[in-house]
Write a protein that binds this ligand. Structure first.
Ligand code: ZN
Length: 438
């Protein structure tokens, strides 16, 4: 028996298949063998510790909360209980409660409730449960995973479900292990020409299995991009190769900008969207807000009109700038991945601004940005809840009819991703390869 009425819009959003454009999901093996040891660890194995620390918890208490080897659940919880009251209404705090309720049947988190739910975690950490939870329970069509590697191989636990990005962040900002790159490509990088050949090899060997190219260099440098000539890039690379400890900020930015341009070029040639982290930082004590504006990338979008740029996390807090970019540039898409948990109210406003400013084909509704399937499921439920409220507000304001709101939801949850990414082709490549290997 239903205890409350749901609208057609809510029904649709709760039940329709969604594409998850961004996770950092660990492998099946890692989930089963090295996954969270207890429910408390699983509940907070996402971004929420950062809010707890900003809200007054000591870093030591936050670390202890996360230590599944420590059996003293009561004290681990008590160490952050006060900070929890400060953050329980944030998007991160809400995601923990959604996870507790929907995966573990916990209404109010207490040490006793955490103990009682332990068998549920143990039943989930079995082979096949990761796929079952995400596909059958969360109603996700497939997930796109950044495992921080340049190489992409089929995931045998779900070859047409777990698709992966080519990671480019090492080239743009984090630095490259040159021996590792040589192992991947057969090319020893000595100069700019051989670096370009190595990059071409990464695409030649992995692009057909990859769903996109991804970089999160905003964590290490400004997003501001400038065109760089080969001579300047060659000089910077030479410094990096011969005297890496001595490369100044300008040299790093110069080489990084050149490497990002190569990704834009190659991604365009191989029909892979280029995903770029814009906006808010995970963690604490590192964000420089001026670095993270999506608008810093405008010169890159102008330079590579045939490449699709997916600008992630709605560039929060520079959201309005991103609305303007998707309105202005045919090659700019906005992605709400992670944003519903960072700030659900801003995400709802972002959707409403997009509806009335940008073409309806330029927005993706969901990515959890998590490591474990339980968190990805909770983040997906959180998105469905807030998206339904957001579109209901449009109906209540008489801006959309209910059927128009449903059609918009269908676009941003599924159809837009189908148009932006070559999903069927990528799924087929991964399935074929698994079948050939077996
Ligand atoms: Zn991420």
């Amino acid at each position: 028996m239903k205890t409350h009425m749901t609208t057609q819009l809510q029904d649709f959003i709760n039940n329709t298949l969604v594409i998850d454009t961004h996770e950092h999901l660990r492998t099946e093996h890692q989930w089963v063998e090295q996954g969270p040891l207890d429910v408390l660890q699983d509940l907070f194995a996402n971004y929420t510790k950062a809010d707890l620390i900003s809200g007054g918890a000591s870093p030591k208490a936050a670390r202890r909360l996360d230590d599944g080897h420590d059996p003293d659940i009561k004290n681990r919880w008590n160490g952050i209980a006060q900070a929890w009251e400060n953050i329980r209404h944030t998007g991160y705090g809400q995601s923990v409660q959604v996870l507790a309720q929907n995966v573990y049947g916990i209404e109010e988190i207490t040490p006793d409730a955490l103990h009682a739910a332990q068998p549920v975690l143990e039943s989930l950490r079995c082979n096949g449960q990761r796929l079952h939870l995400l596909h059958d329970v969360a109603k996700i069509d497939h997930v796109q995973i950044d495992d921080k590697m340049r190489t992409c191989h089929p995931d045998e636990s779900g070859p047409d479900f777990f698709l992966s990005d080519i990671s480019w962040v090492g080239f743009v900002s984090k630095g490259v292990d040159w021996d590792e790159l040589e192992g991947e490509t057969g090319i020893c990088v000595k100069d700019l020409r051989s670096l370009r050949s190595a990059m071409e090899q990464v695409f030649a060997r992995h692009a057909q299995r990859a769903i996109a190219v991804k970089t999160q260099h905003a964590y290490n440098r400004t997003l501001r991009w400038r065109p760089v000539c080969d001579e300047d890039a060659d000089r910077a690379l030479n410094e990096v190769l011969t005297n890496p400890g001595n490369v100044d900020q300008n040299g790093r930015l110069c080489l990084g900008d050149w490497c990002l341009a190569q990704a834009a070029q190659l991604a365009g040639e191989y029909h892979l969207p280029l995903k770029i982290h814009t906006g808010y930082y995970a963690g604490n004590n590192s964000m420089i807000t001026d670095r993270i504006r999506a608008g810093h990338l405008c010169p890159l979008l102008i330079e590579y009109p045939n490449t699709r740029f997916v600008l992630m996390h709605i560039a929060y807090p520079y959201t309005e700038e991103l609305v303007a970019m998707t309105k202005h540039f045919p090659n700019a898409w906005a992605d709400l991945c992670w944003a519903w948990s960072v700030n659900p109210a801003a995400s709802g406003q972002f959707v409403r601004h997009m509806i009335h400013a940008a073409p309806a084909n330029k927005l993706s509704a969901f990515g959890g940005d998590t490591h474990w399937p339980t968190s990805a499921y909770a983040y997906c439920l959180q998105m469905r809840h807030h998206l339904a409220r957001t579109l209901q507000a449009e109906i209540d304001d008489r801006q959309l009819t209910e059927s128009q709101a449903i059609a918009y939801a269908q676009r941003i949850m599924f159809d837009n991703q189908v148009n932006c990414f070559e999903i069927d082709k990528t799924k087929a490549e991964n399935i074929n390869e698994v079948e050939q290997d077996s």
